[in-house]
Design a protein around this ligand. Structure first.
Ligand code: CAA
Length: 287
């Protein structure tokens, strides 16, 4: 499929990343079908999307007409068949568990048009393993956005062992049509490029606090003011979700070895369900 053939994009999962990816696609002029497992979740995602579009309008980055047109392009759905039939590209953004994702693909496979491309927003899992349950591993690749998608320029495009070159080229062109800059990841490796660098940084920051070397504020001030990153390591963990970082590390630990063992401080936050901005409390408070 060529990028010019793409009109409709389905986004499966309306959470933190899903609603943001749906927003990016709608702003770029695509018809978007945003789906989650129940009305409540999909409406919550749509409300967040609407809030974000409103912010862009408030800041003069969109006119009222552009904002309204983008919102009109988004349909919210729960039924999988309705979501993916007659869709050109299906972007999966469901929880970061191999079995959950594979179950979703098996269901989607029954209704998706034969030529539709599948892309996963996984942060670290093997594209080859994820594609295995589909009947179209050649039409399957990674398309990894960053949080918040509407503000972050980069998209990693990742080949699995069986991904066709045409699929990669089309998904890269789609990322560009979304106004993003794609970077190709040539080997299917845990954490790809960005998380292989960023998540160990969050882990090391957590170890500094765990080992009483510094406070969170001290660590965050060095990441911001010395290393020049836009957020401190703990602020960033709260932004992406401590659970997301933890699951990426856990997977990297399994596949790549001991150097990636998650710090207990991250584990305790996940156990307490203090996951960052999305739960109102993480390393910092947001209420
Ligand atoms: N949509 C619209 N507006 C948004 C928004 C969104 N999704 N998120 C925040 N904003 C708004 C805020 O409400 C705030 O508005 P007000 O000024 O009205 O209060 C404003 O943007 C924040 O603007 P700031 O001037 O304070 O901040 P900024 O514009 O300089 O940058 C940022 C904000 C782009 C998030 C920046 O801090 C940044 O780049 N942070 C790093 C983020 C990052 O590295 N993300 C990648 C994480 S890794 C990942 O996601 C992958 C993974 O798999 C784990």
């Amino acid at each position: 499929m060529n990028v010019d053939d793409i009109e409709t994009v389905a986004v499966l999962g309306a959470g933190n990343m899903g609603h943001g990816i749906a927003e990016v696609a709608a702003l770029a002029g695509y018809d978007v079908r945003l789906r989650d497992i129940n009305e409540e979740l999909v409406e919550k995602g749509y409300d967040q999307l609407e809030w974000s579009v409103g912010k862009l309008e408030e800041k003069g980055q969109l006119t009222e007409e552009e904002a309204e047109a983008a919102l009109d392009r988004v349909t919210t759905l729960v039924d999988v068949e309705e979501t993916v039939s007659n869709t050109d590209v299906i972007i999966e953004v469901v929880p970061e568990k191999m079995d959950i994702k594979q179950d979703v693909y098996q269901e989607v496979e029954q209704y998706a048009p034969e030529e539709a491309l599948f892309a996963t927003n996984t942060s670290s899992l093997s594209i080859t393993d994820l594609a295995e349950v589909t009947e179209r591993p050649g039409q399957f690749c990674g398309m990894h956005f960053f949080n918040p998608p509407v503000r972050m320029q980069l998209v990693e495009v990742i080949s699995g062992a069986h991904t066709d070159d045409e699929t990669i080229e089309t998904i890269e062109a789609l990322a560009e049509a979304f106004g993003k800059t794609p970077v190709r990841v040539r080997k299917d490796s845990p954490g790809f490029i960005v998380n292989r660098i960023l998540v160990p940084l969050m882990n090391e920051a957590a170890w500094l606090v765990e080992d009483d070397v510094a406070t969170m504020a001290e660590v965050d001030s060095t990441t911001k003011f010395d290393m020049g990153l836009p957020m401190g390591s703990f602020e960033l963990a709260d932004q992406v979700g401590i659970d997301v970082g933890y699951h990426v590390l856990d997977y990297m630990h399994d596949v790549l070895g001991e150097a990636y063992a998650p710090c207990p401080l991250l584990e305790s936050k996940v156990e307490a369900e203090e996951l960052g901005k999305k739960t109102g409390k993480g390393f910092y408070d947001y209420e």
